[in-house]
Design a protein around this ligand. Structure first.
Ligand code: DGY
Length: 324
């Protein structure tokens, strides 16, 4: 059986695929394949282990022979899952294993933004260490502040744990359902979206990108946040409107922003957000630790192996494919 992988993945996953006797082809050039190239490469394959590729209806219909598509990510917003389900192609993802690393990234961005750390680093590189004045380069402290979590799932809970432990922050959250575990462990309080926006000192986004969450954080919402609030997004760039965020920061509607995700990605080098003192931007590295990427590669490989054996994927996005 043959598997195509459009980017190099950690050896931990490759090893499992080889041990399962699969013939693996990896695209090693450092550029994303075009839609047609991906189709061409998948024509004689049995499975696709997808890294960051857009899997739309055209791809799925042309490559309907694929027995399984395993994503090297927890997010599946770049896949037309409905179409895959219609075509009975199981799609797998990698939940759970990246929660701690992604929460670390959100926490890092919160702290860096609160102390303007990325900006200060750039100032030194420009030879602008500056003259010491007690009123210069001031950040804000986080102790006892309110953390608002938009999407208190696995990653959001890890972020809340860090903020509670380090800064005794009060945790409020907005979800469709109660997260009873987090309420018990962290005293998290479920609030309306409006209350979340109005009362958060740090508002951190940990929800999936869906038609409902796309563009939710726009100028109108930023204008209702506290002027000293920090906005953090490590989920998906399209959940906030980047132009509106820029305007909100320029007008002082909020204090700062920390982004691991942008829209588009990559962010252009001349984006004015990169020059703002209270903004910290990272190139979508939430899950980028050796341990987490190994664990993701292993989960993706296990999904491929199960799918090719005709077994249920251990981490399935569209379980409906197994219904009659
Ligand atoms: C994920 O797993 O969804 C991360 O954002 C990496 O894309």
């Amino acid at each position: 059986m043959k598997v195509f992988i459009p980017r190099i993945i950690p050896e931990a996953g490759m090893k499992l695929l080889r041990e399962a006797g699969l013939e693996v082809t990896v695209w090693t050039e450092k550029r994303a394949l075009s839609k047609q190239e991906l189709i061409d490469h998948c024509m004689d394959q049995d499975a696709l282990l997808s890294v960051s590729s857009r899997i739309d209806a055209t791809f799925l219909n042309t490559c309907r022979h694929l027995k399984v598509i395993a994503l090297h990510s927890v997010g599946y917003d770049n896949v037309d899952v409905e179409e895959a389900t219609k075509l009975k192609i199981p799609v797998g993802n990698t939940p759970g294993v990246l929660s701690a690393a992604t929460a670390d990234t959100a926490f890092l961005l919160m702290l860096a933004t609160s102390r303007k750390a990325f900006y200060m680093h750039k100032q030194i590189q420009k030879g602008k260490w500056g003259f010491f004045e007690p009123t210069a380069n001031l950040g804000i402290e986080l102790y006892g502040k309110t953390l608002g979590v938009y999407g208190l799932g696995k990653i959001g809970t890890e972020m809340a744990r860090r903020c509670k432990g380090a800064y005794h922050m009060d945790i409020i959250y907005h979800n469709r359902h109660h997260n009873q575990e987090a309420e018990k462990e962290l005293g998290a309080v479920k609030v309306s979206f409006d209350e979340l926006v109005k009362n958060s000192d740090v508002l951190t986004v940990h929800t999936a990108l869906t038609p409902k969450t796309k563009g939710v954080f726009d100028y109108h919402i930023f204008s209702r946040m506290k002027p000293e609030a920090i906005f953090i997004n490590t989920a998906r760039g399209a959940i906030h409107n980047e132009e509106d965020l820029k305007r909100a920061l320029e007008e002082g509607l909020i204090w700062g922003a920390g982004l691991d995700v942008t829209n588009p990605e990559p962010m252009h080098a001349d984006n004015p957000l990169l020059d703002m003192p209270n903004v910290s931007v990272l190139p979508h590295i939430g899950s980028a630790t050796v341990q987490t990427r190994d664990a993701m590669a292993v989960l993706a490989a296990k999904n491929i192996i199960a799918g090719l054996k005709g077994q249920r994927l251990p981490n399935i996005v569209n379980p409906e494919v197994y219904e009659n």
